[in-house]
Design a binder for this molecule. Sequence first.
Ligand SMILES: Nc1ncnc2c1ncn2[C@@H]1O[C@H](COP(=O)(O)OP(=O)(O)OP(=O)(O)O)[C@@H](O)[C@H]1O
Ligand SMILES: [Mg+2]
Length: 255
Amino acid sequence: MDTILRVENLDKFYKNKGSLTKAVNHISFEVERGEYIGIMGASGSGKTTLLNCISTIDNVTAGHIYVGNSDITTLNKQELSKFRREALGFIFQDFNLLDTLTARDNIALALAIKGEAPKNVRRKVEAVAQTLGIMEVMNKYPYEMSGGQRQRVACARAIVTEPELVLADEPTGALDSKSAGMLLESFQMMNEKMGATILMVTHDAFTASHCKRILFIKDGKIFNELVRGNNSRKYFFDEIMQVVSFLGGGQSHAI
Ligand SMILES: Nc1ncnc2c1ncn2[C@@H]1O[C@H](COP(=O)(O)OP(=O)(O)OP(=O)(O)O)[C@@H](O)[C@H]1O
Ligand SMILES: [Mg+2]
């Protein structure tokens, strides 16, 4: 087994005017290289906080997070920016593309920051654009693209550097079902063809049913875990729905 991420007794508490919120409350889990993991849980359960600790956007209150062999909770400023630049791909819900750059330049920027040679940049950008089906928007600026296209460009930017770990916070949250479907295909491609390990927060059971394993978070703790195994996506969806209903989601397929 090749463990890429190990979260160990992770706490993230917020103090606010005398009250203490235990947003992440002693969470431990491991992720193997090549896994595709969904993180689900009610609003306020701590999903984004967990992802932000792993991405080093937030500092932790206690505990350890190992990526490969290094404990990222102990990195200094310089090591942190190297880690973010080289090991991580982020996909935020609001895309975070630069408005003054075309899709091609948004994607290329990630490689340029890494110091990649120009001829490799061109080759890698074109290859990832082909994989994610965004060739026709490469010369467009973000405001000239649809939400789904922007989201796929953001995916391309996140994976063009071939990060070990891709973190996505509700990537399909703002998309219609067709765009969401295309994004999920992109994720599957990233996972199966490009070998990316993916951690994706989602409220949506259909989206989650594309993952290989789901962690359910409740009140900052891991409440349950489901593994798809060899079951069909439909079967996995039904299993996820059962846990979602139990967690108190109830309505349709969202919690
Ligand atoms: N900066 C902050 N200061 C104080 N409390 C915070 C802060 N950020 C998050 N929290 C609290 O931590 C808890 C977990 O928040 P988090 O954003 O991780 O939830 P979430 O599971 O991502 O929810 P959602 O599904 O609504 O995005 C919530 O109770 C929230 O109010
Ligand atoms: Mg959130």
